[in-house]
Design a protein. Structure first.
Length: 265
């Protein structure tokens, strides 16, 4: 018979080789939250008309290949509108096949670094691109991508020439908390009135920024990005992305005073 110690090592090795996916994952909804994705189909979400089956559910996750055939908006929108809430969701980029040669070197104040001649410094990185729209407007998007600044920023606010310097700095991530392409990441996005905070993988990347023109209510959306030319090559970073464990806790007037567990860390 196999010695007990050797048997223990073999069992441990089997568990490691199987990995988390084979062992099963915890799909439970956190206390006080309501699931926005049932793991089976896109009930509760509005698939773009003419999509052609590119937003779909595969192996219990929302899967997108960036090839929606919809003639207009290609994002996947929630059917419901929301006001104040805490949103939790897992996401991962499946691949980053597009070499983006125009990624800016972003400084902590949200501006772009320049060389000694005053020209913007650009980086070339393999890239993919998606995000989460808050309250019905793509300008108020929590970004998902491969930029060195990290996911979680509000690109539409940061790059708006009307944005004042202090707000531009506030919507720029404090740290890069992304895991490598292919691995799961977790957002916790808290929206109270017009103040938003973003936690990525348990790290506070946007620590409570007030955005004056953020709408009071609106639908959520998972972003489409990317397009191919006639030769089938990507001409922009594509949303080769998956989502799972999407849940929301709506905050009423009384609940609005309670901070997220991550805030202030």
């Amino acid at each position: 018979m196999m010695p007990r110690r050797l048997r223990s090592l073999c069992v441990a090795g089997l568990f490691l080789s199987l990995g988390p996916a084979a062992l099963g994952r915890d799909d439970s909804v956190p206390e006080g939250f309501v699931s926005l994705f049932n793991g089976k189909d896109l009930t509760g979400w509005k698939v773009p008309e003419g999509d052609g089956g590119h937003w779909k559910v595969v192996d219990g996750v929302i899967d997108y290949d960036a090839l929606s055939e919809a003639p207009g908006d290609k994002a996947l929108w929630s059917e419901r509108e929301f006001g104040d809430y805490i949103l939790r969701l897992d996401w991962r980029l499946k691949d980053a096949p597009f070499l983006n040669r125009h990624v800016p070197y972003i400084l902590p104040d949200g501006t772009h670094a320049r060389d000694i001649r005053g020209r913007e410094i650009h980086l070339a990185v393999p890239d993919a691109d998606s995000g989460v729209y808050l309250r019905g407007d793509g300008r108020f998007q929590v970004n998902i991508w491969c930029w060195p600044i990290g996911s979680g920023e509000f690109y539409g606010v940061r790059t708006d020439p009307r944005t004042p310097p202090e707000l531009r700095a506030a919507v720029t991530p404090r740290t890069q908390a992304d895991r490598p392409v292919g691995e799961w990441n977790r957002f916790e996005i808290t929206v109270r009135d017009r103040t938003v905070s973003v936690v990525l993988n348990d790290r506070l990347v946007i620590p409570g920024v007030t955005i004056p023109d953020l709408p009071r209510r609106g639908r959520l959306a998972l972003q489409h990005h990317g397009a191919r030319n006639k030769h089938g090559e990507w001409i922009a970073p594509p949303s080769l992305v998956q989502f799972r464990k999407i849940s929301i806790k709506e905050l009423g007037p009384a609940a609005g005073a309670r901070p997220s567990a991550h805030e202030g860390t």
